[in-house]
Structures are given as C-alpha cells and as structure tokens.
Design a protein around this ligand. Structure first.
Ligand code: FE2
Length: 274
C-alpha cells in the first residue's frame, strides 16, 4: 500500500500492481470493443519453440499435481483434454467449457482492466491470453500468460459449483464500489487464485495461481504457510502481496461451502440479489 491506509488509497489491486510493473504485460488494458469469443478466436502462428515450452510446462506440472491438485481440478484437466505437445486453441477450450458448464472463452490481449474483467465473468465468459511465457520464465512470470489462464484456470471452471461461484464474483464486483470492490478482489485472490481445500485425502489445491506455479504448488502445502478456515468476512479484509509466495492461505471444506458462504456474504452487502 506504499504506506497509505486503505481509506487513502482506493485504487484497485490491478492499478496498484501496474505502479511497480516494469513489464508491459503487467499493465492492465481496457478493451476498445467486444473481444472475440469462442470460434471467432483465431489460432496464432506459434513457433516450434513456443509449442515446446507448453509441452515442457504441461508435462512437469501434470506430474507435480498428482496428490496435490484437488480431485475437481484433476477431473477438469482430464475433461479439457488439452493437447500435450502443442499449444491448445482457445476456440477448442471454449467449446469444452461451454459443454461442461455453459461458460465460454474470450481472447484478451493481456491483463484486463478490472471493469472489463469482472463484466465478462458476470456473463460466464473467461478472458484468456494466448501468448506463452519465454523459456527463461518457466518457473515464474510476473504477468498472466496462457499457461496460467488455460492450464491453471480452465479445468476448475468445468466444475458446476465453482463455475457458478466464479460468475457470482463477477456479478458482485460489478455491483460493488470503492472498498467493497477491494473486498471482492481480496476474496478473488484467496479463493480463485490461491485457495486450498481440506479433503478426506488431505490438503489439496484449487487456486489457479498456485496450480500453474511449479514452486508455489510445493510451498503452499508446507508448514511454512499459515492456513485459516475460509470465512468470507475475514478474507475480504485480508491484504496480500502479489510479488511473493503467499505466507497465509484460506481453506474451504467444499465448493458448496465456498459458493454458499460467498453468496450469503455478498447478499448481506447488497452485492447480489437474494
Ligand atoms: Fe489468474
């Protein structure tokens, strides 16, 4: 927060992140018109090296997630049926998500400005990049790329309860102003991007920011990370730092608990209709 209190600094995490960003991929873009959706998204002319980067990332992460990614994510990964040796087409991904959960994919040129981002979620459209990180960024990239968007996010959207929760985050954010918008961003961060779930088989990951990061998958499940039970009110007030591995994570018991808990919280704030 650069020493400012929340009351003084009402800008979004999207805008604040861009203050520090040297990488143009970190600067949120505003859409100038409706983005292409589904079959209207062209397939770029990727190089052999770019396909090979996807192949390397996919093989490594798929193996790492066995026993670490939650069952719902692993089922979604199987359902998406991504090619392992070449970069998937967003049009194909959109068809899979439409069949599984009535969501579609749009193409975004980069990190989207919050207004465009949340309005697409509210309409069950997931904005995805289609460029892939470079070979020297296999372990870490400061900006979302298609490995994060496609491999990290899309499998969870095949799960009905998560998909409905995800749409409600977008709807509530569109209704929210000022501090409530910031609260929504914190909930988004600690669930969609960095959520854990307690299962009968042990602690598992459902947060897409963790699932697409080689180092954070391993770190998040260690005792170095403080883990608290999910409570939307507490999560909505919890600050976070986007530039380091997360020292604190919130744990849900089920996706129904996540959706119901969020819905009750958002209705209490007047952000969702009851
Ligand atoms: Fe993300």
């Amino acid at each position: 927060m650069n020493g400012k209190t929340e009351e003084q600094d009402q800008r979004s995490a999207f805008d604040k992140a861009s203050d520090d960003a040297l990488d143009p991929r970190c600067i949120p873009v505003k859409l100038e018109g409706p983005p292409p959706v589904g079959d209207a998204i062209p397939y770029p002319d990727y190089s052999d090296d770019e396909h090979d980067i996807w192949k390397t990332l996919f093989a490594r992460q798929q193996e790492l997630l066995v026993g670490r990614g939650c069952r719902e994510y692993m089922d979604g990964l199987a359902m998406m049926d991504f090619p392992t040796d070449r970069i998937p087409a967003l049009a194909d991904c959109s068809r899979s998500l439409e069949k599984a959960a009535n969501w579609r994919v749009s193409h975004t040129p980069g990190l989207l400005h919050e207004e465009d981002f949340f309005s697409q979620l509210a309409n069950r459209v997931f904005p995805s990049t289609n460029y892939i990180r470079t070979r020297d960024e296999l372990d870490y990239t400061p900006a979302p790329d298609m490995f994060h968007d496609v491999f990290g996010h899309m499998p969870m959207i095949t799960h009905r309860s998560f998909a409905d929760f995800y749409q409600k985050i977008g709807q509530a954010a569109m209704a929210a102003k000022g501090n409530d918008r910031r609260r929504l961003e914190r909930i988004y961060w600690f669930t969609v991007e960095f959520g854990l779930i307690d299962t009968s088989e042990g602690m598992r990951i459902y947060g897409n920011g963790i699932l697409s990061s080689y180092a954070e998958v391993q770190y998040s499940l260690t005792d170095k990370v403080k883990k608290l039970a999910f409570d939307p009110g507490a999560v909505s007030e919890q600050e976070y730092d986007v530039w380091h591995m997360q020292p604190l994570l919130y744990v849900i018991d089920s996706f129904e608990q996540l959706e119901d808990g969020f819905t009750t919280w958002a209705r209490g704030k007047g952000l969702l209709e009851g």
